[in-house]
Design a protein around this ligand. Sequence first.
Ligand code: GTP
Ligand code: MG
Length: 197
Amino acid sequence: MHIHSADFVCSNNDITKCPEPNKPEYAFIGRSNVGKSTLINKMVQRKGLAKTSGRPGKTQLINHFLINEAWYLTDLPGYGYAKVSKTSKEKFQKLIEDYIIERPNLVNLFVLIDSRHEPQKIDLEFMEWLGELEIPFSMVFTKTDKLGSGKLNTNIKVYSKKMLQTWAEMPVFFATSAETGEGCDQVLNYIEQLNNQ
Ligand code: GTP
Ligand code: MG
C-alpha cells in the first residue's frame, strides 16, 4: 500500500473523545518499549509522528493517526511496565481494555512482541483475553534487526509451540524491524486486504 498521507488527529485518555468511529481502525499494542511507536513511524514513513523513547512508558495516551484519509492507525500506551505505580498501571490497563472493548470500528489489533525474548506470561495472557472476547488480532515480532535470521526463526518456532498449547492455530504473524523496514510492507498489505473486505 502506498502511503500518501499520515496525519496526527488527537491524543486522549478518554474513550468518548476518540475520533468518530466512521473509518476502519487498526491499533498497535504490546509491552512498554516493544517498539509500537517506532514501527508506526517507519510504516508510514514519518519520523516523529508517534513519540518514541528509549525509556519505557513513553506513550501514555491513545493516539489516533489518519492514514491516506481512509483509515486510523492507533498507538496505545504499553502494558507491563514495572516501574509505574499500581494505581497508574491499573488506570492504563482500564484505558486499554475499555478502548478495545468499546471501539466499534476496530478491525484488527496488532500485538507487538519483542522477537528477542521467550514467550512472556503477560503477552500470552493478554492474547488469551483477546481470544475470550473474540477480538481479532495478529502478532508482530519486533526488532528483528537485533537477531540473526537463525535465532529469529528459532524464537518464532518456540513461540508458535507455546501458542499451540492454548490456540487451535497460530494467529497471523509478521516479523518486523523499524531499523531495516523488514515486514512493514507486509503489515500494510494486510491492512489493505482487511480494508477491502
Ligand atoms: P511505550 O510507548 O513506552 O509503550 O513504548 P513503545 O512500544 O512505543 O516503544 P518505542 O517505539 O518508543 O521504542 C522503544 C525503544 O526501542 C526505542 O529506543 C526505539 O528506538 C527502539 N526500537 C524500536 N523498534 C526498534 C527496532 O525495530 N529495532 C531496534 N534496533 N530498535 C528499535
Ligand atoms: Mg509508544
